[in-house]
Design a protein around this ligand. Structure first.
Ligand SMILES: [Zn+2]
Length: 193
């Protein structure tokens, strides 16, 4: 009987610790953890993380897409695969708000998503959709915030270096669209610090 009670207490203690760990939202960097709804384990690259300085946000300017869809499109342009490091789905070809990590991120390779001087130091994140025509979904915004929060922490990138493609391009492109509020995203990320 005593043993049974002891075992039950131990089980409860382990459960309580687990709940506390989840509420704390922390965890060892690089280890699989639930991070505001996304499993960051799938984002941990196979190589040591490079000293990235910025995160550049794009929209696909298309109604549908996914990492594999853009990978094929980029190969047709003669590139060596998906130009972005991450793709955030919109419910068309992947689940709404699903974050897919591309090969360039897993292998810590230069991107192919911005001007050459940016591709070696900026992580490229593409949200599926055209945000000149409509807003991103709540799921996409939550996923983008989760992803940027994780990347800022893992890479030591300050939130004011999370920028839109147009901001790195002399505003020669409207990407990622006027209806994606990056100021709001940066304020949310700043709120963590
Ligand atoms: Zn872009």
């Amino acid at each position: 009987m005593t043993r049974l009670v002891a075992a039950l207490c131990l089980t409860q203690a382990v459960f309580a610790l687990g709940v506390l760990a989840l509420r704390a939202g922390g965890g060892m960097p690089g280890r699989s953890q639930r991070f505001s709804g996304q499993d960051t384990g799938a984002w941990v690259p196979g190589e040591p993380i490079r000293p990235w300085t910025h995160i550049i946000i794009h929209h696909s300017a298309s109604a549908s897409g996914s990492a594999s869809h853009f990978d094929r499109a980029h190969r047709l342009k003669g590139w060596d695969g998906l130009g972005y490091h991450f793709v955030v789905g919109n419910g068309s070809l992947t689940e709404d708000g699903r974050v897919e990590a591309g090969e360039r991120w897993m292998r810590q390779q230069d991107g192919a998503h911005a001007k050459p001087e940016w591709n070696a130091r900026a992580i490229g994140v593409c949200l599926v959709g055209n945000f000149d025509e409509g807003k991103p979904s709540e799921e996409q915004l939550a996923a983008l915030e989760d992803l940027c929060r994780w990347l800022c922490r893992e890479c030591g990138i300050p939130p004011d270096r999370v920028v839109g493609h147009g901001e790195t391009h002399g505003n020669a492109t409207r990407c990622p669209g006027r209806l994606l509020d990056l100021g709001d995203l940066r304020r949310r990320l700043e709120g963590d610090r």
